[in-house]
Design a protein around this ligand. Structure first.
Ligand code: SF4
Length: 312
């Protein structure tokens, strides 16, 4: 079994339906509340709650080197209290074992790409920018990014991978545990970056000779950076063919040919990739091929989260 901790997911509090917005309302996100909530532990944060509710809506303004949070009507400066909250909360969150964060788009505090008055370039909101600076490898997304299947899949894959590596290192781990972990993640890593996979392998090989903190930090950082690289269709097809190779001595020619036809259809974008991985998962179970069965790429996150349901 893969070590699997429940992901700790930071979230802009209004997305969970809590009435913390400037007008006392919320922005409940159905996918988060009705579906993802079953699989994660939320860490909700509203950086503007320090200003009270209701409050004036605000925007970001560039004032010299400073990014200010100003009221839309009054022009009043609300930067101080929100920055005070950010400075106190971000270090605590950095130590809280977060596995990812879902930010509210367009918010001057929580958005990842927010319009700034009198400036052509957008900026991160005050809180979002501070958190992503403190945790540069943390998987982050705005709620709007969860609508698209590809962006949702890429985000969830990284969040659940982060939870797995955090789960490994949170326990008393041995170099053999790390070897087993790296073996189970092999196909997922190869789908993203072969060079990165090899570099991680060298770190694993040296694990018993290096300080544990250095291995923990180094492996986690590189692991997340490999998974942050996009996985191309060609890389997935290579991985699928590699996995199919494990069935060569166990399947008759006709079933093997069926599998390779499905992989070819995936290459031509005529068969959804998760269907082919599901086919391989079922075969690995049926034939009891442990190495394949344990590859994290077969179930990188609960697959029900990929199905198309209504998303508000
Ligand atoms: S500050 Fe963030 S969490 Fe609070 S209401 Fe605005 S977007 Fe939502």
């Amino acid at each position: 079994m893969n070590p699997q901790a429940t992901p700790n997911l930071g979230v802009s509090q209004c997305l969970l339906g809590e009435p913390v917005r400037y007008d006392g309302g919320h922005r409940r996100d159905a996918f988060l509340v009705d579906r993802l909530a079953r699989h994660v532990a939320w860490v909700p944060v509203c950086p503007e709650a320090v200003l009270g509710t209701p409050r004036e809506p605000m925007h970001l303004a560039r004032e010299g080197a400073r990014l200010a949070l100003r009221g839309n009507e009054s022009g009043g400066d609300c930067t101080g209290p929100v920055q005070g909250f950010v400075q106190a909360r971000v270090p605590a969150l950095a130590d809280a074992g977060l596995d990812g964060y879902v930010f509210k788009a367009r918010s001057p505090s929580c958005g990842l790409q927010v319009r700034v008055a009198n400036e052509a370039e957008p900026s991160g909101g005050l809180f979002a920018a501070a958190l992503t600076d403190a945790l540069p490898d943390l998987p982050v997304i705005e709620e709007a990014g969860l609508v698209g299947r590809d962006t949702r899949e890429a985000f969830l894959e990284r969040v659940f991978a982060h939870a797995r590596i955090r789960g490994l290192f949170a326990a008393r781990w041995t170099p053999q545990d790390l070897v087993r972990f790296h073996t189970r993640e092999k196909m997922l890593l190869l789908a993203h970056d072969r060079v990165g996979y090899d570099q991680l392998g060298r770190l694993v090989a040296q694990a018993s000779a290096r300080p544990r903190d250095e291995v923990t930090r180094g492996y986690t950082q590189r692991f997340m950076r490999v998974l942050a690289k996009p996985a191309s269709v060609g890389q997935h097809v290579n991985v699928l063919q590699h996995l199919a190779g494990h069935f060569r001595d166990h399947l008759d020619r006709s079933r093997l040919a069926d599998l390779h036809r499905a992989i070819d259809a995936c290459r031509r974008d005529e068969c959804p990739r998760p269907h082919v991985y599901a086919q391989i998962r079922a075969l690995a179970e049926e034939l009891d091929i442990q190495w394949v069965r344990e590859q994290s790429i077969l179930t990188p996150f609960p697959q029900e989260l990929l199905t198309e349901e209504t998303h508000d």
